[in-house]
Design a protein around this ligand. Structure first.
Ligand SMILES: NC(=O)c1ccc[n+]([C@@H]2O[C@H](COP(=O)([O-])OP(=O)(O)OC[C@H]3O[C@@H](n4cnc5c(N)ncnc54)[C@H](O)[C@@H]3O)[C@@H](O)[C@H]2O)c1
Length: 333
């Protein structure tokens, strides 16, 4: 068995530059061979910081035989072609989510990877986020009895949305991206519910709205609500938002159990259990860096799956399932 995998991170913007590059530099079994980005002013300083070469041209990168795996942290509309190119060159692919703008393209990539005998893993990193791992463990241990209901809300600041994905960017282009930013950003948590409760999302009813925010420079935000029913009977209430200021940004999961206890996971670091005797218990998770949202652990799982010749726990079917659920936001206004 080889003792490392030659990895290249392609696209070193928000998630590539801040999460995947530092993670792949550190994790066991990963040999970070190169970075690749069209924007030299972005990739050059990063390559210097991490002491790795960089490519501006993806085709040239794919010719590098030392590169055994690519991490595609690129705008979603580029995933399909660039993943297909890598698969055809026999490279393993860790692909950011959504994997492609359509379910058909996502399935095609899965089939191509299977035929080529390479790993194609979607980056559904919430499964590895320590806060959700602990919540899952607590539920499994019977802390709240049988889970019966959930509330989830995830608000990113309107200013962050405006900076990252302003009107006119790919994330607002239905044809290129498969949905609006609420579609793109809901896939990780939808996958997390399937994984946490070990069941399917049986049905969903979405009500999105896209208000224009005059006070925030006239940008368009989103407030998207969903009601889900899981196959084990859990009912859930979801709210994805990007209309608030930064002070109100939050990620919060509440899970209600049939023994009357309730678990709250607040942002990435705080868990509260509402019970009786004691009425309230709190845990602070002191996780830092690229582990917080599970990126580093997901990246490590990708590398270990390749080294051990195993199918990763996160498969293309997981991506298809959540893209189908999130895709129903489109047209439900
Ligand atoms: N897993 C997560 O936590 C998470 C969070 C946010 C976004 N995402 C996903 O990650 C992907 C990228 O999102 P982002 O917010 O990081 O985007 P971004 O715009 O910040 O970064 C994309 C990078 O790709 C580069 N690029 C564009 N075309 C290229 C090409 N042909 N060759 C090489 N480089 C090219 C750009 O120059 C840019 O640096 C999207 O699919 C998004 O949905 C994942």
């Amino acid at each position: 068995m080889a003792d490392n995998v030659g990895v290249a991170v392609v696209g070193v913007g928000f998630v590539g530059g801040q999460a995947h590059v530092p993670a792949f530099k550190k994790i066991e079994g990963s040999n970070l061979i190169a970075l690749c980005d069209l924007a030299e002013d972005r990739v050059k300083p990063l390559a210097k910081k991490y002491d790795v070469p960089y490519y501006l041209d993806y085709n040239e990168l794919l010719e590098d035989e030392k590169v055994e795996a690519v991490v595609l942290s690129l705008p979603t509309p580029l995933h399909y072609n660039m993943a297909m190119q890598a698969i055809k060159k026999g490279k393993h692919v860790l692909c950011e989510m959504p994997v492609a703008a359509t379910i058909e393209q996502t399935k095609e990539l899965g089939k191509a990877a299977e035929e080529a005998g390479v790993v194609l893993m979607p980056n559904l990193n919430f499964r590895f986020a320590p806060i959700y791992v602990k919540i899952k463990e607590m539920i499994k241990a019977g802390t709240i009895g049988k889970p019966i209901a959930l509330h989830f809300r995830e608000f990113i600041p309107a200013s962050a949305l405006a900076e990252q994905w302003p009107p006119g960017s790919w994330a607002w282009n239905l044809e290129k991206s498969g949905g609006y930013p609420d579609f793109t950003l809901s896939v990780w948590s939808l996958d997390m519910f399937r994984w946490m409760f070990d069941c399917e999302i049986e049905s969903v009813a979405w009500k999105p709205s896209y208000p224009k925010l005059e006070e925030a420079g006239g940008i368009t935000g989103y407030n998207t609500m969903g009601v889900i029913k899981l196959s084990n009977g859990i009912v859930g209430n979801l709210h994805y938002g990007a209309t608030t200021n930064a002070a109100a940004a939050i990620s919060r999961l509440e899970v209600y159990g049939d023994n009357t206890n309730v678990l709250h996971a607040i942002n990435t670091d705080k868990i509260i259990l509402y019970g009786s005797e004691p009425e309230r218990q709190e845990w602070d998770l002191s996780v830092r860096g690229t582990r917080v949202w599970g990126h580093r652990q997901t990246d490590a799982h990708f590398v270990q799956s390749i080294l051990q010749g195993k199918t990763p726990d996160i498969t293309i079917d997981n991506a298809i399932k959540v893209q189908e659920i999130a895709g129903q936001i489109v047209g439900s206004e």
